[in-house]
Design a protein around this ligand. Structure first.
Ligand code: PLP
Length: 360
Protein backbone atom coordinates (compact mmCIF):
# COMPACT_ATOMS: atom_id res chain seq x y z
CA UNK A 1 0.00 0.00 0.00
CA UNK A 2 1.38 3.44 -0.85
CA UNK A 3 1.72 5.96 1.98
CA UNK A 4 -1.39 7.94 2.74
CA UNK A 5 -1.68 10.97 5.00
CA UNK A 6 -4.90 11.59 6.89
CA UNK A 7 -5.75 15.26 7.49
CA UNK A 8 -9.10 14.53 9.18
CA UNK A 9 -10.29 16.99 11.84
CA UNK A 10 -11.34 14.08 14.05
CA UNK A 11 -11.30 11.22 14.70
CA UNK A 12 -7.81 11.87 13.47
CA UNK A 13 -4.39 10.44 12.83
CA UNK A 14 -2.68 8.76 15.80
CA UNK A 15 1.07 8.18 16.20
CA UNK A 16 2.12 5.09 14.25
CA UNK A 17 4.23 3.90 17.17
CA UNK A 18 1.13 3.99 19.39
CA UNK A 19 -0.96 1.96 16.91
CA UNK A 20 1.87 -0.56 16.63
CA UNK A 21 2.13 -0.91 20.40
CA UNK A 22 -1.65 -1.39 20.67
CA UNK A 23 -1.48 -4.05 17.95
CA UNK A 24 1.36 -5.82 19.73
CA UNK A 25 -0.62 -5.87 22.98
CA UNK A 26 -4.05 -6.55 21.46
CA UNK A 27 -4.37 -10.22 22.41
CA UNK A 28 -2.27 -10.29 25.57
CA UNK A 29 -1.66 -7.18 27.64
CA UNK A 30 1.58 -7.44 29.56
CA UNK A 31 1.44 -11.21 30.09
CA UNK A 32 -2.07 -11.05 31.61
CA UNK A 33 -3.45 -13.40 28.95
CA UNK A 34 -6.22 -10.86 28.30
CA UNK A 35 -6.82 -8.08 25.85
CA UNK A 36 -7.44 -4.66 27.43
CA UNK A 37 -10.88 -4.66 25.75
CA UNK A 38 -11.81 -7.74 27.80
CA UNK A 39 -10.68 -6.54 31.20
CA UNK A 40 -12.91 -5.59 34.09
CA UNK A 41 -12.53 -1.90 34.84
CA UNK A 42 -12.12 -2.91 38.50
CA UNK A 43 -9.30 -5.40 37.82
CA UNK A 44 -5.86 -4.58 39.15
CA UNK A 45 -4.53 -4.69 35.57
CA UNK A 46 -6.93 -2.03 34.31
CA UNK A 47 -6.62 0.08 37.45
CA UNK A 48 -2.86 0.24 36.85
CA UNK A 49 -3.44 1.27 33.20
CA UNK A 50 -5.79 4.09 34.25
CA UNK A 51 -3.51 5.21 37.09
CA UNK A 52 -0.47 5.35 34.79
CA UNK A 53 -2.44 7.26 32.14
CA UNK A 54 -3.49 9.82 34.74
CA UNK A 55 0.03 10.20 36.15
CA UNK A 56 1.55 10.60 32.68
CA UNK A 57 -1.04 13.26 31.79
CA UNK A 58 -0.31 15.07 35.06
CA UNK A 59 3.41 15.05 34.47
CA UNK A 60 3.10 16.14 30.82
CA UNK A 61 1.03 19.18 31.74
CA UNK A 62 2.53 19.75 35.17
CA UNK A 63 -0.89 19.47 36.78
CA UNK A 64 -0.98 19.96 40.55
CA UNK A 65 -3.15 18.09 43.07
CA UNK A 66 -5.39 21.15 43.16
CA UNK A 67 -6.99 19.75 39.99
CA UNK A 68 -9.03 16.60 39.53
CA UNK A 69 -8.74 14.67 36.27
CA UNK A 70 -11.93 12.97 35.09
CA UNK A 71 -12.10 10.35 32.33
CA UNK A 72 -15.69 10.68 31.06
CA UNK A 73 -17.84 9.79 28.06
CA UNK A 74 -20.32 11.70 25.94
CA UNK A 75 -17.82 13.81 24.01
CA UNK A 76 -17.09 17.49 24.40
CA UNK A 77 -20.74 18.08 23.45
CA UNK A 78 -21.90 16.61 26.77
CA UNK A 79 -19.62 19.09 28.53
CA UNK A 80 -21.55 21.92 26.84
CA UNK A 81 -24.38 20.87 29.21
CA UNK A 82 -22.46 19.48 32.19
CA UNK A 83 -20.53 22.70 32.72
CA UNK A 84 -23.63 24.87 33.22
CA UNK A 85 -25.44 22.07 35.08
CA UNK A 86 -22.62 21.93 37.63
CA UNK A 87 -21.27 25.46 37.71
CA UNK A 88 -24.12 27.73 36.66
CA UNK A 89 -27.41 26.33 37.92
CA UNK A 90 -28.98 28.79 40.29
CA UNK A 91 -29.45 32.46 39.84
CA UNK A 92 -26.13 33.59 38.39
CA UNK A 93 -25.03 34.20 34.84
CA UNK A 94 -22.18 32.69 32.83
CA UNK A 95 -20.03 34.62 30.34
CA UNK A 96 -19.21 33.11 26.96
CA UNK A 97 -16.77 34.35 24.31
CA UNK A 98 -18.01 33.48 20.82
CA UNK A 99 -15.23 32.75 18.34
CA UNK A 100 -16.81 30.24 15.95
CA UNK A 101 -19.11 27.28 15.37
CA UNK A 102 -18.06 25.36 18.48
CA UNK A 103 -18.50 28.35 20.78
CA UNK A 104 -21.95 28.85 19.29
CA UNK A 105 -22.89 25.28 20.13
CA UNK A 106 -21.62 25.67 23.70
CA UNK A 107 -23.63 28.89 24.06
CA UNK A 108 -26.80 27.27 22.68
CA UNK A 109 -26.60 24.42 25.21
CA UNK A 110 -25.63 26.76 28.06
CA UNK A 111 -28.78 28.81 27.48
CA UNK A 112 -30.91 25.71 28.05
CA UNK A 113 -29.60 25.51 31.61
CA UNK A 114 -29.26 29.11 32.76
CA UNK A 115 -28.51 32.74 31.99
CA UNK A 116 -25.77 33.29 29.41
CA UNK A 117 -24.04 36.56 28.60
CA UNK A 118 -22.17 36.59 25.29
CA UNK A 119 -19.42 38.86 26.55
CA UNK A 120 -17.65 39.21 23.20
CA UNK A 121 -18.05 37.83 19.70
CA UNK A 122 -16.14 37.93 16.45
CA UNK A 123 -19.13 36.85 14.39
CA UNK A 124 -19.44 40.18 12.51
CA UNK A 125 -15.93 39.64 11.19
CA UNK A 126 -16.82 36.09 10.13
CA UNK A 127 -14.81 34.63 13.01
CA UNK A 128 -11.49 35.65 11.49
CA UNK A 129 -10.05 36.77 14.86
CA UNK A 130 -10.39 36.48 18.63
CA UNK A 131 -11.89 39.54 20.35
CA UNK A 132 -9.10 41.22 22.34
CA UNK A 133 -9.36 40.66 26.09
CA UNK A 134 -10.02 44.35 26.79
CA UNK A 135 -13.22 44.13 24.71
CA UNK A 136 -14.72 41.34 26.85
CA UNK A 137 -17.82 42.67 28.53
CA UNK A 138 -17.73 40.35 31.56
CA UNK A 139 -20.36 40.12 34.29
CA UNK A 140 -19.26 41.22 37.75
CA UNK A 141 -21.12 38.28 39.33
CA UNK A 142 -20.56 35.68 36.61
CA UNK A 143 -20.02 32.04 37.53
CA UNK A 144 -17.42 31.32 34.81
CA UNK A 145 -16.03 32.57 31.50
CA UNK A 146 -16.22 30.00 28.71
CA UNK A 147 -13.90 30.02 25.71
CA UNK A 148 -13.24 27.62 22.83
CA UNK A 149 -9.48 27.89 22.78
CA UNK A 150 -9.12 26.36 19.32
CA UNK A 151 -11.96 26.52 16.81
CA UNK A 152 -11.62 23.33 14.79
CA UNK A 153 -13.88 24.48 11.94
CA UNK A 154 -12.91 28.14 11.62
CA UNK A 155 -9.21 27.73 12.45
CA UNK A 156 -8.68 30.44 15.10
CA UNK A 157 -6.61 29.68 18.19
CA UNK A 158 -5.93 31.46 21.47
CA UNK A 159 -2.15 31.90 21.71
CA UNK A 160 -2.41 33.39 25.19
CA UNK A 161 -5.00 33.66 27.94
CA UNK A 162 -6.22 36.48 30.16
CA UNK A 163 -5.37 36.60 33.87
CA UNK A 164 -7.25 38.17 36.72
CA UNK A 165 -10.74 37.46 35.41
CA UNK A 166 -13.70 37.99 37.78
CA UNK A 167 -14.67 34.28 37.53
CA UNK A 168 -12.95 30.99 36.62
CA UNK A 169 -11.90 30.48 33.01
CA UNK A 170 -13.40 27.36 31.39
CA UNK A 171 -11.94 26.15 28.08
CA UNK A 172 -12.93 23.70 25.37
CA UNK A 173 -9.47 22.55 24.27
CA UNK A 174 -10.71 19.59 22.22
CA UNK A 175 -8.67 20.34 19.13
CA UNK A 176 -5.37 21.64 20.54
CA UNK A 177 -4.88 20.11 23.97
CA UNK A 178 -1.32 18.79 24.44
CA UNK A 179 -0.10 20.67 21.36
CA UNK A 180 1.85 23.20 23.48
CA UNK A 181 2.75 23.84 27.13
CA UNK A 182 -0.17 24.98 29.26
CA UNK A 183 -0.34 27.17 32.36
CA UNK A 184 -3.28 25.40 33.99
CA UNK A 185 -3.33 27.81 36.92
CA UNK A 186 -5.20 30.28 34.66
CA UNK A 187 -8.15 27.87 34.36
CA UNK A 188 -10.95 26.59 36.55
CA UNK A 189 -11.86 23.82 34.13
CA UNK A 190 -10.45 22.43 30.87
CA UNK A 191 -12.18 19.82 28.76
CA UNK A 192 -11.45 17.95 25.55
CA UNK A 193 -12.88 15.17 23.46
CA UNK A 194 -10.06 12.68 22.90
CA UNK A 195 -10.40 12.01 19.20
CA UNK A 196 -7.93 14.60 17.92
CA UNK A 197 -4.77 14.85 20.02
CA UNK A 198 -5.39 12.22 22.71
CA UNK A 199 -6.72 8.94 21.36
CA UNK A 200 -9.86 7.22 20.09
CA UNK A 201 -13.34 8.75 20.21
CA UNK A 202 -15.33 7.75 23.28
CA UNK A 203 -13.16 9.38 25.95
CA UNK A 204 -13.60 12.94 27.19
CA UNK A 205 -11.06 14.42 29.55
CA UNK A 206 -12.01 17.05 32.13
CA UNK A 207 -9.52 18.78 34.41
CA UNK A 208 -11.32 20.71 37.10
CA UNK A 209 -10.06 22.75 40.05
CA UNK A 210 -11.21 20.86 43.12
CA UNK A 211 -12.86 23.81 44.86
CA UNK A 212 -15.32 24.06 41.93
CA UNK A 213 -16.63 20.58 42.72
CA UNK A 214 -18.39 22.12 45.70
CA UNK A 215 -20.68 24.01 43.33
CA UNK A 216 -22.35 20.84 41.99
CA UNK A 217 -26.04 20.84 43.02
CA UNK A 218 -26.66 17.66 45.07
CA UNK A 219 -29.81 16.75 43.11
CA UNK A 220 -27.99 16.53 39.78
CA UNK A 221 -28.30 13.09 38.14
CA UNK A 222 -25.16 11.22 39.15
CA UNK A 223 -23.72 10.69 35.69
CA UNK A 224 -23.79 14.45 35.07
CA UNK A 225 -22.29 15.39 38.41
CA UNK A 226 -18.60 16.34 38.53
CA UNK A 227 -18.70 15.79 42.28
CA UNK A 228 -19.98 12.20 41.93
CA UNK A 229 -17.56 11.44 39.11
CA UNK A 230 -14.68 12.80 41.18
CA UNK A 231 -15.68 10.90 44.35
CA UNK A 232 -15.75 7.71 42.31
CA UNK A 233 -12.46 8.47 40.51
CA UNK A 234 -14.20 8.28 37.10
CA UNK A 235 -15.48 4.77 37.90
CA UNK A 236 -19.07 5.59 38.87
CA UNK A 237 -19.99 3.41 35.92
CA UNK A 238 -17.93 1.52 33.34
CA UNK A 239 -15.46 4.04 31.89
CA UNK A 240 -14.28 3.92 28.25
CA UNK A 241 -11.54 1.43 29.07
CA UNK A 242 -9.88 0.93 25.70
CA UNK A 243 -9.75 4.66 24.83
CA UNK A 244 -8.19 5.29 28.27
CA UNK A 245 -5.54 2.66 27.53
CA UNK A 246 -4.83 4.19 24.09
CA UNK A 247 -4.69 7.69 25.57
CA UNK A 248 -2.11 6.36 28.03
CA UNK A 249 0.02 5.14 25.13
CA UNK A 250 -0.25 8.58 23.49
CA UNK A 251 0.82 10.30 26.74
CA UNK A 252 3.87 7.97 26.95
CA UNK A 253 4.70 8.71 23.30
CA UNK A 254 4.59 12.45 24.01
CA UNK A 255 6.77 12.08 27.11
CA UNK A 256 9.35 10.04 25.18
CA UNK A 257 9.37 12.70 22.46
CA UNK A 258 10.43 15.25 25.08
CA UNK A 259 7.10 16.67 26.26
CA UNK A 260 4.96 19.63 25.32
CA UNK A 261 7.74 22.15 24.55
CA UNK A 262 9.19 19.77 21.99
CA UNK A 263 5.84 19.01 20.34
CA UNK A 264 5.11 22.75 20.28
CA UNK A 265 8.26 23.41 18.24
CA UNK A 266 7.24 20.65 15.81
CA UNK A 267 3.75 22.12 15.53
CA UNK A 268 5.09 25.63 14.89
CA UNK A 269 7.30 24.27 12.14
CA UNK A 270 4.57 22.22 10.44
CA UNK A 271 1.92 24.94 10.55
CA UNK A 272 4.33 27.70 9.40
CA UNK A 273 5.27 25.63 6.36
CA UNK A 274 1.63 25.50 5.22
CA UNK A 275 0.78 29.13 6.07
CA UNK A 276 3.93 30.34 4.24
CA UNK A 277 2.81 28.44 1.17
CA UNK A 278 -0.71 29.89 1.43
CA UNK A 279 0.60 33.46 1.76
CA UNK A 280 3.27 33.20 -0.92
CA UNK A 281 1.55 34.24 -4.14
CA UNK A 282 -2.18 34.88 -3.77
CA UNK A 283 -3.16 31.61 -5.47
CA UNK A 284 -4.27 30.34 -2.05
CA UNK A 285 -5.67 32.46 0.77
CA UNK A 286 -6.31 32.09 4.49
CA UNK A 287 -9.54 33.56 5.89
CA UNK A 288 -7.93 34.05 9.33
CA UNK A 289 -6.12 37.08 10.73
CA UNK A 290 -2.42 36.16 11.01
CA UNK A 291 -2.06 36.50 14.76
CA UNK A 292 -4.95 34.13 15.52
CA UNK A 293 -4.23 31.34 13.06
CA UNK A 294 -4.50 27.83 14.46
CA UNK A 295 -1.48 25.54 14.45
CA UNK A 296 -3.77 22.50 14.40
CA UNK A 297 -6.52 23.27 11.87
CA UNK A 298 -5.52 25.19 8.76
CA UNK A 299 -8.53 26.17 6.64
CA UNK A 300 -7.75 27.79 3.31
CA UNK A 301 -9.32 28.68 -0.02
CA UNK A 302 -8.09 28.76 -3.59
CA UNK A 303 -8.47 32.25 -5.02
CA UNK A 304 -10.45 30.72 -7.89
CA UNK A 305 -12.86 28.68 -5.77
CA UNK A 306 -14.02 26.67 -8.79
CA UNK A 307 -10.67 24.83 -8.60
CA UNK A 308 -11.28 23.50 -5.09
CA UNK A 309 -13.12 20.30 -6.09
CA UNK A 310 -10.31 19.42 -8.46
CA UNK A 311 -7.74 20.16 -5.74
CA UNK A 312 -9.52 17.78 -3.36
CA UNK A 313 -9.87 15.05 -5.99
CA UNK A 314 -6.23 15.24 -7.10
CA UNK A 315 -5.08 15.37 -3.46
CA UNK A 316 -7.07 12.23 -2.69
CA UNK A 317 -5.65 10.46 -5.72
CA UNK A 318 -2.21 11.36 -4.39
CA UNK A 319 -2.90 9.86 -0.94
CA UNK A 320 -3.74 13.12 0.85
CA UNK A 321 -7.05 12.35 2.53
CA UNK A 322 -9.80 14.26 4.34
CA UNK A 323 -8.80 17.75 3.20
CA UNK A 324 -12.35 18.96 2.57
CA UNK A 325 -13.39 21.94 4.70
CA UNK A 326 -16.23 21.48 7.18
CA UNK A 327 -19.62 21.25 5.42
CA UNK A 328 -20.75 24.48 7.10
CA UNK A 329 -17.95 26.61 5.59
CA UNK A 330 -16.64 24.70 2.56
CA UNK A 331 -13.16 25.22 1.15
CA UNK A 332 -10.13 23.18 2.20
CA UNK A 333 -8.89 22.35 5.70
CA UNK A 334 -5.70 20.56 6.72
CA UNK A 335 -5.83 19.30 10.28
CA UNK A 336 -2.26 18.73 11.38
CA UNK A 337 -2.44 17.41 14.92
CA UNK A 338 0.53 16.23 16.99
CA UNK A 339 0.59 12.86 15.26
CA UNK A 340 0.78 14.22 11.69
CA UNK A 341 4.37 13.48 10.67
CA UNK A 342 6.52 16.19 9.08
CA UNK A 343 6.62 14.07 5.89
CA UNK A 344 2.82 14.39 5.64
CA UNK A 345 3.09 18.18 5.69
CA UNK A 346 5.99 18.12 3.21
CA UNK A 347 3.95 15.94 0.86
CA UNK A 348 0.98 18.30 1.12
CA UNK A 349 3.26 21.25 0.43
CA UNK A 350 4.71 19.60 -2.67
CA UNK A 351 1.18 18.89 -3.87
CA UNK A 352 0.08 22.50 -3.27
CA UNK A 353 3.06 23.81 -5.22
CA UNK A 354 2.46 21.44 -8.15
CA UNK A 355 -1.25 22.28 -8.22
CA UNK A 356 -0.45 25.99 -8.30
CA UNK A 357 2.13 25.54 -11.07
CA UNK A 358 -0.44 23.69 -13.15
CA UNK A 359 -3.42 25.96 -12.54
CA UNK A 360 -2.00 29.28 -11.36
C1 PLP B 1 -13.64 22.42 19.53
C2 PLP B 1 -14.64 21.30 19.57
N1 PLP B 1 -15.54 21.26 20.57
C3 PLP B 1 -16.46 20.28 20.65
C4 PLP B 1 -16.52 19.29 19.71
C5 PLP B 1 -17.56 18.21 19.83
O1 PLP B 1 -16.94 17.06 20.24
P1 PLP B 1 -17.70 15.68 20.40
O2 PLP B 1 -18.03 15.21 19.05
O3 PLP B 1 -16.67 14.84 21.10
O4 PLP B 1 -18.91 15.90 21.23
C6 PLP B 1 -15.60 19.27 18.65
C7 PLP B 1 -15.64 18.19 17.64
O5 PLP B 1 -15.03 18.22 16.62
C8 PLP B 1 -14.65 20.31 18.58
O6 PLP B 1 -13.77 20.35 17.58
Amino acid sequence: MSTIYNFSAGPAVLPKAVLEKAREEMLDWSGSGMSVVEMSHRSKEFLSIAENAEQDLRSLIGLSDEYQILFLQGGASTQFSMIPMNLLRGSRVADYICTGQWSKKAIKEGKKIGAVNVAATSEEGNFSEIPSFDRWNLSSDGSYVHITSNETIGGVEFHDYPSGLPSPLVADMSSHILSRPLDVSKFGLIYAGAQKNIGPAGLTIVMVRKDLLERTPPDLPSMFSYAVQAENESMFNTPPTYPIYMAGLVFKWLKELGGLSVIEQMNIRKSSMIYDQIDKTGFYRSPIDKQYRSRMNVPFRIHDESLEDLFLKDAKDGGLLQLKGHRSVGGIRASIYNAMPLEGVETLLGFMQDFENKHG
